[in-house]
Design a protein around this ligand. Structure first.
Ligand code: SAM
Ligand code: SF4
Length: 335
């Protein structure tokens, strides 16, 4: 292996400058599409990265060209040392952002601001409190909705992530878009994806094409405006004429965006995943603890990245449970 070259570039020329770090396998919600009903086998506490280890690994990536880090989980804010992690990572020359369920985010407004975190993605799958309870198995709709409003008021750029499930919340697409009339947010509809234990079924998925059909049956052609995607964007972005916000579709299942992928993921127990759908992982934490260089391992992991969706290049392959059941549950990847 050529050790001089950019270790974050894969064999297809994709440059991986965006690292998503999962800080914990724990969560204060239990979303059915993310957390298996029977729970998950948690890693022993001693196998979870300490804040110093999160920083050391993140710094190695930043030294090699990572420019964006998103913190995720589980729920990143349930980590007791989240303040320390945020402050340490904020000292790196990198754009820091977070994905959260927002249940307790009101306690962290000042620290988020002081760490220059501007972009927060919040999961919200329903605007109906009962449905929220059904999907998250917790009764926290009011807290989450209130905290979304608080984040907007405090000047954060907020994106709402809604995983659409047929027959459950696909009748709320227009209500979600309605939020963007007065609120400067982006609502992102995410195609339901298969992960270990989440009972994925293609029939439950609401496709990009179906979402746009619903949009076009409610708004006329001139009202629906396609927005130019940013480089490496995973979403197709739209706005409704004269609305303050926008909406987007993340179609990893029916329309993958792997060609421009710049993402890599670090799990809370220090494993590098070169693709959300990949079942293989590279342990960076053990060698780090042994005082070894992790750069050759990062390079090897990037070099073995498949061109499309961890090798599941067709919808038929994605539909085979034995392929995606070898992957982790989403709760331990981080999205
Ligand atoms: N707890 C935080 C939250 O919910 O925003 C961060 C972690 S969560 C795993 C990150 C994102 O993954 C969320 O937006 C969630 O909706 C999404 N997600 C989880 N399981 C999914 C699935 N099966 N298909 C599509 N998106 C999923
Ligand atoms: Fe928790 Fe986020 Fe998964 Fe829901 S989607 S169970 S909030 S990690």
């Amino acid at each position: 292996m050529d050790t001089n070259k950019n270790i974050l570039q894969d064999t297809f020329g994709r440059n991986h400058t965006y690292l998503r770090i999962s800080l914990t396998e724990l969560c204060n919600l239990r979303c059915t599409y993310c957390m298996p009903a029977e729970g998950i086998q948690l890693s022993p506490k001693s196998h979870i990265m300490s804040y110093d280890e999160v920083y050391e690994i993140a710094k190695t990536f930043v030294d090699n060209g990572v420019t964006k880090i998103r913190l995720t989980g589980g729920e990143p804010l349930v980590r007791r040392d989240i303040d320390v992690i945020l402050k340490k990572l904020a000292s790196l020359p990198v754009e820091l952002s977070m994905t959260s369920n927002a249940v307790i985010i009101d306690r962290f407004i000042e620290i988020l601001k002081s760490c220059n975190i501007k972009n927060i993605n919040v999961s919200l799958d329903s605007l109906n409190a009962e449905k929220f309870k059904t999907i998250t198995r917790r009764n926290d709709f009011d807290k989450v909705y209130g905290n979304i409003m608080l984040l907007i008021k405090e000047g954060f750029n907020v994106k709402l992530n809604a995983v659409l499930i047929k027959g459950f919340n696909d009748n709320e697409i227009i209500d979600f878009i309605g939020l963007t009339k007065e609120l400067p947010i982006s609502v992102r509809f995410i195609e339901f994806m298969p992960f270990d234990g989440n009972k994925w079924d293609k029939a439950k998925m609401v496709s990009y094409a179906k979402i746009m059909e619903i949009v076009h049956s409610n708004f006329n052609e001139k009202q629906v405006i396609r927005i130019q995607d940013a480089p490496n964007d995973t979403s197709k972005n739209y706005t409704i004429k004269d609305y303050k916000g926008s909406f987007a579709i993340i179609s990893s299942v029916t329309n993958p965006f792997c060609d421009s992928c710049n993402r890599i993921r670090l799990t809370a127990n220090g494993r590098l995943k070169n693709c959300l759908f990949s079942s293989s992982e590279s342990d960076l934490l053990t060698p780090l603890r042994e005082g070894k260089s992790i750069e050759p391992l990062i390079q090897k992991a990037i070099q073995t990245k498949f061109k499309v969706r961890g090798g599941m290049d067709t919808l038929e392959k994605l539909e085979k449970p034995d392929l995606h059941n070898q992957n982790r549950s989403m709760i331990t990847i981080g999205g």
